[in-house]
Ligand binder design. Sequence first.
Ligand code: AMP
Length: 393
Amino acid sequence: MNKLGISDLDLKGRRVFMRVDFNVPLADGQITDDTRIQAALPSIRYVIEKNGKLILASHLGRPKGKPDPKYSLKPVATRLGNLLRKAVQFAPDCVGPEVEKMVSDLPPGGVLMLENLRFHAEEEKNDPEFAKQLAKLCDVYVNDAFGAAHRAHASTAGIAAYVKQAAAGFLMEKELESLSYVLTRAEKPFVAIVGGAKIADKIDLIESFINIANNILVGGAMAYTFLRARGIATGKSLVESEKIALAKDLLAKASTKNVSIELPVDHVVAPGLESAASQVISITETPPDQMGLDIGPETIRRYSGIIRQAKTIVWNGPMGVFENPKFASGTFAIARAVADSNAYSIVGGGDSAAAVAQSGVGSKITHISTGGGASLEFLSGQKLPGVEVLTDK
Ligand code: AMP
């Protein structure tokens, strides 16, 4: 990477502002999954070891630019303290004189977690004055929030203009290395698996895969828009009618490049999401009153066969409505197939990452990206603002 990394910095006794992605899921004030906190621990421990004064900043949820106790980072600071077995101080805000005083009292090796950045509307507006106030807290800046790197906010982008050095944390470096590998040096056969609800969100991703992959396996609701582009009736399944023409273009583009776009050959259908009466049918026999909610066993068999031959795999988006156990088999089977392959495998996106975790095969995936949107944009060939602003080596 041509950007400064955390290990290029002299941290001893210096105030280190580290942007992390601690946007964890909460239920009744309890953290239900601390993967994102765990993912930042290597950078956090490194700063502590080097006797830096660590200031941690993150957003949590969507508090709409003003303080909202529901989105306080206090429980996150407590969990971090437990994980580190070390006191983590908590600041009641992320800017202002009180926070500045807490920072100046911080001993080398100490950790201070700031309150939710999004309690200030200026954060998402990338307001320069707010960015300056954040920068005032520190000597050096580290961005380890890969999950927020596609956003040009004050703490992910603006702040870099007001600090001497802006470096990537270890998590950020690992994410960028893994994702760059598939874009530039991936071994073939390269199999991309794309699912989820909407084609609209993943057009750029599919276009990018048409340039680098050998096979694109399509599942989830978006398969139905492609099926319609091939003239197949899809009953009540979710279809983006205004995107059928685009799906046709993508199919044509893929065929000129010798990339095979695979669509489901059978599926699990039901009259509706809540219905108990589901059945497996061929994709060409969908009655008008049925809705496709998962890929079927023959599709699983075919997709798994292609996955088995792969040397590189990238997966983004579930194969069906996997939140409902009745329509989860396809997604879980694909998770297992990816895990059982010998390929360099990357899973991106919250849903696919959750499916991998629920299947218990997470350790067999080469890299599970912590950033859904950010990995999507990076793999689509876009530049990430949070990376662009870092100091060149
Ligand atoms: P995305 O955020 O685009 O990756 O979409 C994820 C969502 O797509 C999940 O909540 C799934 O329940 C949903 N989904 C997947 N397959 C289908 C389907 N066949 N019909 C309706 N929704 C689906």
